[in-house]
Design a protein around this ligand. Sequence first.
Ligand SMILES: [Zn+2]
Length: 63
Amino acid sequence: MYCIICGNEKTGMKLLSQTVCKDCIDEMRNISVFDERYDFYKNFIRILLGYYISEKHQLNPVN
Ligand SMILES: [Zn+2]
């Protein structure tokens, strides 16, 4: 499984049905809002959430 953020092959966990490694999860969890990478992660989560919602939508076309 490859981490969708850093691309490294590591043991990861599922975040919005994508694989994210523990290092990236830890960084996201601990990042300061003043860090320049904060916006990167924020946008990344927004994109993942967009995919996640549309995936669910396709699975259940009635809604
Ligand atoms: Zn990673």
